[in-house]
Every structure is written in C-alpha cells, then in structure tokens.
Design a binder for this molecule. Structure first.
Ligand code: AMP
Ligand code: MG
Length: 347
C-alpha cells in the first residue's frame, strides 16, 4: 500500500461562491499533487498530465496496472493542439456535437505526452468535460489533467465524494466534494486513429448519437464480450475484471417473471437482487432497485452506488437483472458485465 498522506476534503458547492477551495485544489494539481474531483460522468483522480512523477502517483494511489492509459482532460479546444499530431475531421464534428460532454476521443499523441500517461501507447485519449467545477479546476491549474476514475482499481467507480473518501483517504492530496455525478457511468471512448471510428467503451454519449453525426461507427467486439485469448487489447482497460464489488455478481437475462422465479428459488443467506423498480414487488429476497426498467439514464446514475451498497449490505451473491443494450443502457450493460466477470445466465 502507498504511504499514508494527509488528504484534505474541499467542499465546492458551485464555482460562483466557493473560489478558495477550488483555487487550493488547482494549486495542488499545478504543484504535482493528486486531486479527486467531480465530473458529469464519475469522479476523476487528477494529476498534471505532462508531469511524469505526478501521473505515476495516480497509478500508485489507485493500484492501477501500468499499461492502462489515462484520459487527459482539457477545458478548451486550444489545449489539445500541443498534445496531438493530428486532429481528424471526424474529431472536429464530434467536438462540435458533444463537447463539452461525456465523450473521449483517441488521437495520435505528440512527444509532449509522457508514456506513463498514455500507458505506453502511441495515442492519447482526450476529453473536454461539461462539469463546471471540473472545467474551472483545469482552467485554474492551467495544465491538462490526466484522470482515471477516483476509485481503487477494480472496484465500482465513484459517483459521490463519499465513494472517493472511502477508497482514497490517505492516498491522495485532496478530494473536491461537489455532490453526485449527473451521468453516473464513464465517458464514451471513441478511437479516431483507424480507418473507421470505433467505440472502445460505451458511455454517456450513445452509439446512436455518434452514428447520427458520423454515419458509420464500429463498436469494438470487446464491449460486450471478454477478449479472446491471445488477442491484443485496443484499449488496455478492456483486459481487466472491473467495477466489481466483493460480492459475486451474476447477470440474469430475461423477463420480469423469469427473473423473479429464478431469484426467489435461490433465497438464502447473503442472496440479493439488483433489479428494476418494477421487479421489487415480485421478489422474496432482499432487493435494491437500480432504476426503472425502461429508464437507462437512471440505471446509469445509480449503477455504481448500488454495486457499492451491495457490499455494505453484506451481500454474498447478487443477481442483477440485465439492462437493455440500447442508448446509455449499452454502457450500463458493459460495466455490469465486467462487475460480473462476464457471468451471464440466459433465462
Ligand atoms: P478509466 O479506466 O476510468 O480511467 O478510463 C480510461 C480508459 O480510457 C482506459 O481504461 C481505456 O479503456 C481508455 N483509454 C485511455 N487512453 C486510451 C488510448 N490511448 N487508447 C485506447 N484507449 C484508451
Ligand atoms: Mg476507471
């Protein structure tokens, strides 16, 4: 474990009347420190993306594998030029449609981006977040900010400052507390370095929305399936079991009645259901709803908090009702699959 350091919790209600804590957080970042901060997707753990030592600190604090690259966050388009060798036309169109927002684009990287930031890849992932506190923090730090999610590697991503405090207290310099995140799952990652735009990770911007702007867009097979053995990961993050609580998670794919029948037949010590609002009345095991059945946005907002709640409740096995794979539901499904280490039962 990393040596324990003192972590300041800085409360920032909004950027208009809370300048002092935000300025303090920005100075910590500019000075090479580590700061967890809110974005519209999940909380990020930030460091100066151009400072190798600072970025190495992120990997140490999270226990993150070295080959898992970080997303570099900027607060305006001018910050991108020095980080890349080329800005494809498709990127400009996506930026026009979805930035600032929950979309990350992969570009060929310039020499300014250290290898530790890009996980040794020749590319760099860039995002322009919409969250006002995140943008103001980057503006004040005046450097691009590398930030993965602000959780311990492998555990569910943090959607509140309390989640960051739980995972990172004593491991980072500061945690900016600005309430809960509006989207709840990480950004969509789209690669623009190949012949065809390719979604490496689904997220807050949907595949349907990307297709409206770009026409054809591929979805990497690894989004919904484990990597075939021996196949190289386009995005090293794809390789690991991830987002998982301590409990054993099993995804059940099927209708409401089949779900209830399967789960109720297994009622017992430590058995929990993670289900839709509409499932709750039909279940005889303890259950926590992660949103309405047809409401992918609410499922995304609640997913990670509910996965964490399962550990607090002492769940041993969690039966999760499979979400639809459309809209933001594809991102919810993608995260749940990894939380379940790809264990899916078709009812
Ligand atoms: P997180 O794991 O939440 O920190 O999000 C970062 C993810 O973005 C990584 O796990 C990768 O999936 C993806 N990513 C970042 N940089 C790159 C890159 N250069 N090429 C491909 N994927 C990337
Ligand atoms: Mg993460």
């Amino acid at each position: 474990m990393a040596d324990r350091i003192e972590t300041q919790v800085l409360r920032v209600r909004n950027i208009y009347d809370d300048m002092e804590p935000l300025q303090k957080a920005a100075e910590i970042l500019a000075g090479g420190g580590l700061v967890a901060f809110p974005t519209e997707t999940v909380y990020g753990l930030g460091a100066n993306a151009l400072d190798e030592k600072a970025v190495a600190g992120i990997f140490k604090a999270k226990g993150r594998p070295q080959d898992n690259p970080l997303i570099v966050h900027v607060c305006d388009l001018d910050m991108i030029g020095p980080l890349v060798t080329e800005i494809p036309e498709a990127a400009l169109r996506l930026a026009g449609a979805f930035w600032p927002g929950p979309l990350t684009m992969i570009f060929p990287k310039s020499g300014a981006v250290p290898q530790v930031t890009s996980g040794g890849l020749p590319t760099v992932a860039i995002r322009f977040p919409a969250h006002m506190v995140a943008r103001e923090l980057i503006r004040r730090a005046d450097v691009p900010i590398a930030a993965p999610s602000a959780n311990l590697s492998g555990s569910p991503s943090p959607t509140t400052a309390e989640h960051c405090i739980h995972d990172l207290m004593g491991r980072v310099d500061a945690i900016v507390d600005s309430g809960s995140c509006g989207v709840g799952v990480e950004s969509t990652v789209v690669s623009l370095v190949g012949e065809m735009p390719r979604v490496l990770r689904p997220g807050g911007v949907t595949v349907e929305q990307l297709r409206e702007v770009l026409g054809e867009v591929e979805v990497d097979p690894a989004v919904c399936a484990p990597l075939a053995e021996g196949k190289a990961a386009a995005s090293p993050g794809m390789k690991y079991k991830h987002y998982a609580p301590r409990a054993h998670v099993v995804i059940l794919e099927g209708g409401r009645q089949a779900f209830a029948k399967y789960v109720n037949a297994r009622a017992g010590d430590g058995i929990y259901a993670m289900c839709f609002e509409e499932d709750v009345p039909g279940l005889s095991v303890p259950s926590v709803s992660y949103g309405g059945e047809g409401d992918d946005a609410s499922q995304a907002v609640r997913l990670f908090a509910v996965l964490r709640q399962m550990d607090e409740l002492g769940a041993k096995t969690v039966y999760a009702h499979c979400p639809a794979r459309t809209g933001v539901g594809l991102a919810v499904y993608n995260r749940l699959l990894r939380a379940a280490a790809f264990e899916v039962v078709r009812l």
